[in-house]
Design a protein around this ligand. Structure first.
Ligand SMILES: NC(=O)c1ccc[n+]([C@@H]2O[C@H](COP(=O)([O-])OP(=O)(O)OC[C@H]3O[C@@H](n4cnc5c(N)ncnc54)[C@H](OP(=O)(O)O)[C@@H]3O)[C@@H](O)[C@H]2O)c1
Length: 328
């Protein structure tokens, strides 16, 4: 079987290598999963470059999340699970850019056998991020406003749908005009473009209503403006650095409104959340993906052999959705 692996940190489209390996046998409480689809996420590119929050021991298996079918089980796992379709929880304990991987049973969650494998493959990272960002930092009443930067990302689109589902309104910041209508169609209450009259657009969209929460994937000036619209006790949560600029909140805004600023990382959440809660959260999200409520646009799929083209495409700006390896 084939597997992509990382022999050294470096340029994401250059350093990974495709190797031929013998399929591993699952040990006690493990399952072997034949991968059907596995996305290329920004976090994978950061990990390859050596810029991520963890640097794995090399050579390292690649790919954090994916979906596939159980093809073998180890001692302690019910053999009737063979054939079951599962998503892989992205604990970084196993690779998914491979024909087959061995995973601890606690890191797989059953998913609908009839749903779109590409959408199922993407549950592990972005939908759960959107869900936790919306639920863990503010008690959001129906009608409350949440603002987010980088709203055209997959995370941003999941936030829009999950918020709407909960009766919460989203104010979405994008960098290009062409994303506005798409996000309104997806359920955004308002979409504003981060340009010269950004403050006026924000004030106009909110019409005097306060924000309860700001979710930031970009950093820079838009966050400063949005912080000025937060209610007393409101929170800013930073989860990505797409724009590479720091978050600046004027001290008097921070002080007199009693604002809080948080950093959030999925790995910390997976490491600190009880396994039953992780499992339950993924099952809930998997049901919403299976019935089509939650979806992310797909730009392109590639076989493992075309990994250089796949990674190059995943790095391109102006793509129309996610890039995945499709193995089935
Ligand atoms: N903290 C965590 O645990 C966690 C979990 C999940 C994701 N993330 C992070 O969240 C971010 C989004 O992930 P994703 O998979 O949803 O992304 P994605 O769908 O691959 O899309 C990336 C998005 O970033 C936008 N973007 C890129 N550079 C930008 C800039 N300078 N200013 C504004 N927007 C910019 C692009 O906007 P256009 O549409 O205009 O091209 C695109 O919508 C990534 O950085 C990822 O690493 C973090």
């Amino acid at each position: 079987m084939k597997a992509l692996r990382l022999p050294a940190f470096g340029a994401p489209a250059q350093v990974p290598e495709l190797v031929e390996v013998e399929p591993a046998t699952p040990g006690p409480n493990q399952v072997a999963v034949a991968i059907e689809a596995a996305p290329i996420n920004p976090s994978d590119l950061m990990l390859i470059a050596g810029d991520y929050g963890v640097r794995p021991q090399l050579p390292a298996a690649l790919g954090a999340e994916g979906v596939g079918r159980i093809v073998a089980v180890g001692d302690g796992v019910d053999a009737s699970r063979i054939g079951e379709r599962v998503m892989i929880v992205p604990t970084l304990e196993q690779g998914t850019w491979t024909d087959q991987t061995v995973v601890d049973e606690r890191n797989v969650v059953p998913v609908n056998p009839n749903a779109d494998p590409l959408q199922l493959a993407m549950i592990g990272v972005n939908p759960v991020t959107a869900y936790v960002l919306l639920h863990d930092f503010a008690a959001l009443e129906p009608g409350a406003w949440v603002a987010q930067t980088g709203a055209s990302s997959a995370v941003g689109r999941y936030v829009i749908v999950l918020a709407k589902h909960a009766g919460v309104r989203t104010l979405n910041v994008v960098r290009r005009e062409s994303a506005v209508q798409e996000l309104l169609d997806a359920g955004a209450a308002a979409v504003v473009v981060s340009n010269e009259d950004f403050s006026e657009q924000v004030a106009g969209a909110l019409g005097g209503a306060p924000l309860s929460l700001v979710l930031d994937g970009v950093g820079g000036e838009p966050v400063t403006t949005l912080a000025g619209q937060l209610k007393v006790g409101g929170a800013i949560v930073s989860y990505a650095a797409l724009g590479g600029k720091p978050i600046v909140v004027p001290p008097l805004t921070l002080i007199f409104r009693g604002l809080s600023v948080h950093g959030w990382w999925l790995k910390h959440w997976l490491d600190s959340t009880p396994p039953a809660k992780i499992n339950e959260t993924y099952r809930e999200l998997a049901a919403l993906v299976a019935d089509g409520t939650l979806a992310a646009p797909v730009d392109a799929t590639y076989p493992l052999e075309e990994y250089r083209a796949a990674i190059t495409r995943a790095q391109a700006s102006g793509r129309h959705g996610k890039v995945l390896f499709s193995l089935a």
